[in-house]
Design a protein around this ligand. Structure first.
Ligand SMILES: [Zn+2]
Length: 94
């Protein structure tokens, strides 16, 4: 799917809605996947103005994935013991 990545209230989100087949099914706004957030944070340490770089290339391809809200360690890929409360994220295609 195609969307627009930007930062809103200190959180990275992806807005989409250009796909009429999915707009009724999926939320129009998805939080960015924790791995992608981490990779942006890593880039912030290397590059200046990463936010304006992203703003200049904000169109992204992504998949919708569900993850545990405790995403880390044993809580990755929904195989954890939580079983519910999973959150839909936009995971960028690299
Ligand atoms: Zn979990």
């Amino acid at each position: 799917m195609t969307g627009t990545l930007f930062k809103s209230k200190d959180k990275w989100i992806v807005i989409h809605g250009s796909d009429p087949d999915f707009s009724e099914v999926w939320p129009i706004e998805l939080p960015l996947h924790p791995e992608d957030v981490k990779s942006i944070q890593d880039q912030e340490l290397i590059f200046d103005n990463i936010e304006s770089r992203i703003a200049a290339f904000s169109k992204v391809e992504f998949n919708v994935v569900e993850e545990c809200p405790h995403y880390s360690g044993d809580h990755i890929d929904k195989d954890c013991s939580c079983k519910s409360g999973f959150i839909k994220y936009a995971k960028l295609k690299q």
